[in-house]
Write a protein that binds this ligand. Structure first.
Ligand code: SF4
Length: 394
């Protein structure tokens, strides 16, 4: 049975065979423009609502919903039909709301510093599982409008290219988000970057670089042995030339590993000819990687060095550290003991980790809220991050 957001218009039309043709458009608009469950599409007859609800089940079941940063960051751990777990993070800013989505359950890229990489690969997500993360976050963001989508959650998006690209088409054409507000990240899958360069929609590309010499990058990012830096640099240049879109380099700062002056100089040499923007964020702690993130003073020094070399650089505030918001951390195991509000949910039963007053989410689940400490910006933060939740763990 197709899940609700895996079903295309043709599938919906087949389900509604025998009904007036305008019903297909009504139901499609209900799902994508009005973000409704079929049960709430009051412009459809009751029997039709019930049938759509039964025959187009949701793909994501809430296992954990965590809220931090004074309500500005919401992270979900979802269960899929086969028991796989994925994560999604919604981040509110003064001028926008961004969702960070997963593209795979687990990841095969095996970056040692990343909680998702440590857990290994389970499977690719379907287009519907990707799109539903965006729809559920868009509903949660109401009355604000979800404006940005970043593919920086669990998994390597370009290793699941076809489904991710079909999801981008739905997000752009049906949910109505501009392609310029969609960002695909990659650890450096060169053939995927080339496919992206030839694709129809001008999305942004974020390359998770983390090292600008092959020796260090081979250690941090195993895929670098297959696509070394020079091949990656050339693919980035082709992407920028073909798309005219912005390129960014993501750099998780790891203490005494990639945060030295020489690292900044190597990074500048790579970034400047490509006019790449650099996003810095200190590495989040993960269970299987002992080296900590760079301390705030080191982040500030690294940022100053890059700027002095002429690189446009932003230090990203690490959202949701109190709720294990870096990708793969909820799925990797029980959340660390911390005072942020965390709820474990099932459709029928809720186990709370706190004792504060209850509230009801838009999806009808009961949650509990506790006060949350705000996270501390690392060093010279210039702007709250549009896509920070994943960076420290990718
Ligand atoms: S950093 Fe990204 S590509 Fe590497 S293992 Fe983690 S999710 Fe996969």
């Amino acid at each position: 049975m197709a899940t609700r957001y895996d079903a295309g218009v043709d599938h919906l039309a087949a389900l509604l065979a025998g009904e007036p043709s305008y019903r297909v458009r009504q139901a499609w608009d209900g799902l994508y423009r009005r973000l409704l469950d079929p049960a709430d599409m009051t412009d459809l007859p009751l029997a039709l609502r019930q049938e759509l609800d039964e025959r187009l089940p949701l793909a994501l079941t809430t296992a954990v919903e965590s809220v931090s940063d004074g309500g500005d960051t919401v992270k979900w751990l979802w269960r899929l039909h086969d028991g796989a777990a994925i994560e999604t993070v919604l981040m509110h800013y003064a001028d926008r709301a961004t969702v960070c989505v997963s593209s795979q359950a687990g990841c095969a890229m095996a970056c040692g510093f990343c909680a998702t990489g440590q857990a290994g690969f389970e499977r690719n997500l379907s287009t519907g599982e990707i799109v539903e993360q965006v729809v559920r976050a868009a509903r949660r963001a109401l009355p604000r409008r979800l404006s940005n989508v970043v593919f920086m959650g669990m998994g390597e998006p370009l290793a699941n290219f076809d489904r991710v690209w079909a999801g981008i088409g739905r997000i752009h054409h049906d949910l109505g988000l501009s392609a310029r507000h969609l960002t695909v990240s990659t650890i450096g899958v060169v053939p995927g970057i080339d496919r992206l360069a030839g694709a129809e929609l001008p999305v942004n590309l974020a390359v998770s670089l983390h090292a600008a010499n092959d020796g260090l990058r081979d250690r941090l990012v195993p895929l670098n042995r297959r696509y070394p830096l020079d091949a990656l640099r050339q693919a980035c240049a082709r992407y920028v030339a073909a798309s005219g879109r912005r390129l960014s380099f993501e750099w998780a700062l790891i203490d005494a590993t990639n945060d030295r002056p020489a690292d900044a100089e190597e990074l500048a040499a790579l970034a400047l000819p490509l006019r790449a923007h650099v996003n810095l964020i200190p590495l989040n702690p993960t269970p299987g990687y002992a080296t900590p993130g760079t301390p705030p003073s080191g982040v500030a020094a690294f940022c100053r060095r890059l700027r002095a070399l002429g690189v446009t650089t932003t230090v990203r505030r690490n959202r949701g550290t109190g709720i294990d918001a870096a990708c793969g951390q909820l799925a990797a195991g029980p959340p660390r003991a911390q005072p942020a509000r965390t709820v474990r949910l099932s459709p029928t039963r809720m186990e709370s980790t706190s004792t504060s007053p209850r509230r009801t989410t838009p999806s009808g689940h009961t949650t509990e809220r506790t006060s949350s400490p705000s996270t501390t910006a690392p060093g010279p933060t210039t702007e709250a991050p549009p896509e920070a939740a994943r960076l420290a763990a990718r």
